[in-house]
Each structure stands twice: as C-alpha cells, then as structure tokens.
Write a protein that binds this ligand. Sequence first.
Ligand code: THU
Length: 142
Amino acid sequence: MAQDALPSNGVSPELLERLFESARDVATRAYAPYSNFHVGAALLTKEGRIITGCNVENSSFGVTICAERTAATRAVASGLREWTAIAIVSPTGVSPCGACRQFLAEFAPQLAVWFGHLDPSKPTVGPISMEQLLPAAMKFPS
Ligand code: THU
C-alpha cells in the first residue's frame, strides 16, 4: 500500500513524536515484575489530549492489564471516548495483543496504530488501521 494511502488520521510527524515520547515515559511506570516486559501506550483523543497507560501485572498472571487497555480505560473514565491514534512501545516493539485490538476497536474502529521500541533509536511501525489489525471485529448485535 502506498504510504499516503495509510490511515495516519492526520497525525503530523511532530505529534507522532510526542505520542511516542509519552508512551516511553509511561512505560517507565509499568508494573511488570513477572515478565520484566515494560509496555507504554499513548492514545490521542479527538480533542488533542494524550492519555497514557502502562501494563499492570499481578501474581495471578491472567488478570494482568495491558498498557493499551490501561490507556483506554483511563480515557473512557475521563469522558474521552473518541480516539484518533495510539502509539505503543515495548522492549521488542510488539504489536498489540488480540484482546487489546478488540478493546480498542470497540471505541475506535478508525484508529491509526503505531508501535515501536522503548529504545527511540529503533524503527517504528505504522500507521496500521484497526481493520488491518482486527478484520471483522466482534460487534454485539444491535
Ligand atoms: N503487554 C502489553 O501491555 N501490551 C501488549 O500489547 C502486549 C503485552 C504486556 C502484558 C504483560 O504484562 C507483558 O506485556 C508480557 O506479555
């Protein structure tokens, strides 16, 4: 796909840099004593606000909350439900997990997604659309 056809949702390079900086900053506050895999996410809202989240692990591993869902729930609790972009950083630059894709698609099916490393000298990936990440997302029948 041509670069200009990708869904950047109008995010400028400067704004994208701020998103990645915010994601790297919040990743320093991740609670990940079990995996030692520190993740940070920064959501951009329609209003231009940046809402961040980090992963929060638990002794009962399965109840761990990913960085993306921490950011998403913080945004919703702040009354900010419309999001245009997200930047996610981790030690190895992983893409968001399936549960987080479903969670993000609930509010932002048009979200532009970027991911990268904690190390800012490493390359980033994106924009990728939610449709690319989660084709045919589950929607509750209405
Ligand atoms: N994790 C995230 O926070 N986001 C992702 O997209 C992938 C995984 C967290 C969950 C867990 O605390 C650690 O990374 C290892 O899976």
